[in-house]
Design a protein around this ligand. Structure first.
Ligand SMILES: Nc1ncnc2c1ncn2[C@@H]1O[C@H](COP(=O)(O)OP(=O)(O)O)[C@@H](O)[C@H]1O
Ligand SMILES: Cc1ncsc1CCOP(=O)(O)O
Ligand SMILES: [Mg+2]
Length: 302
């Protein structure tokens, strides 16, 4: 029995690895156009991450340009990191246009629980049905409770991703979005399935905007496989982590990791991807899913 479980585990790893490689290959071939409405801190790293992976980034956020520009994109990334009221109409219109045009869009609810204004705007954006929501554990907990957090550390998390599994499942069930919680283990759920991507290095937390960058990468992966957003999200998180692991072998600290991360993402090859992707099922028990399901009324208002 134990042997059979091990064999199933190995096969599962192989499947995730080859799926991630297929996603990356498609991304390099298709080079999808990714519109990013994002914070000032993240613009450079986000654009360079997308370019290194093979996508084509465009930081276009002015309301006046959206009706011309958004119809041509392959996916949209909305990030509230340096939020101000004058950006909100653009975020909402771009999300609405993307949805109407059948294009995936991804929300990064940066520091969602830090202020009343942020949580309100984030919940309104969740109401516009993002394909994927990716946040750190504190952000996903705040969104799922729909309230500001007493122990907010701003853009950084004060929780482990594993503390937010139930919140993520709840949020996914209430919103209809795929929900990803980043951390030492990146958790991805569609409200029924829960998987964990175990790649990455702790020093990613010492580089600003790595969370923002991986959210944009998710948008690019979902752009090339929109009918499998759960799998594409998991591939993106895992491969960003693999690139960080490779980069860490050459880095002396956060600044050189940033550089080697981008180089490693650009150079990823099939053998490395198949060998390094580490994704496992987090929840396989139907009764546990049922239990989580009964608590999913928290976000009914969305
Ligand atoms: N302890 C850790 N070990 C490995 N990778 C991590 C760790 N913490 C965060 N990461 C990775 O860093 C990236 C950014 O995640 P995170 O720091 O949670 O987001 P944010 O910057 O939005 O708070 C993700 O790719 C995540 O997998
Ligand atoms: C420091 C900072 N302040 C506002 S947005 C931002 C960047 C946050 O990036 P990340 O969420 O990826 O750490
Ligand atoms: Mg973040």
């Amino acid at each position: 029995m134990e042997e059979m479980n091990m064999k199933n585990g190995e096969e599962e790893q192989e499947n995730w690895g080859s799926r991630a490689w297929t996603h990356l290959t498609e991304l390099r071939v298709q080079s999808p156009l990714i519109q990013c409405i994002t914070n000032y801190v993240s613009m450079d790293l986000m654009a360079n991450t997308l370019l290194a992976a093979g996508a084509s980034p465009a930081m276009v956020h002015t309301l006046e340009e959206l009706s011309d520009f958004t119809p041509h994109i392959h996916a949209l990334c909305v990030n509230v990191g340096t939020l101000s009221p004058d950006w909100v109409p653009s975020m909402k219109l771009a999300a609405q246009l993307a949805s109407q045009l059948g294009k995936p869009w991804v929300l990064d609810p940066v520091a969602a629980g830090a202020t009343e204004f942020r949580i309100r705007v984030c919940l309104e954006l969740v109401g516009l049905k993002p394909t994927v929501i990716r946040g750190n554990a504190s952000e996903i907990l705040a969104l799922s409770k729909a309230s500001v957090a007493r122990s907010s550390k701003g853009v950084d998390s004060s929780h482990e991703s594993t503390d937010a599994v139930e919140a993520a499942v709840s949020l996914a069930q209430a919103s209809g979005s795929i929900v990803a919680v980043s951390g030492a283990v990146d958790i991805v759920t569609d409200g029924n399935r829960v998987v964990g991507a175990h790649n990455g290095v702790p020093m990613l937390q010492k580089i600003t905007a790595t969370g923002c960058a991986v959210t944009a990468l998710i948008a690019a992966f979902v752009a090339v496989d929109p009918s499998h957003a759960f799998e594409a999200t998991t591939s993106a998180l895992s491969l960003f982590g693999v690139a960080a692991e490779l980069g860490m072998d050459m880095a002396k600290g956060p600044a050189s990791l940033r550089m080697h991360l981008i180089d490693s993402l650009y150079a990823l090859d099939q053998a490395t991807v198949l060998q390094r992707v580490n994704i496992t099922n987090m929840l396989t028990s139907p009764s546990l899913l049922d239990l989580l399901g009964t608590k999913s009324g928290i976000l009914k208002g969305i």
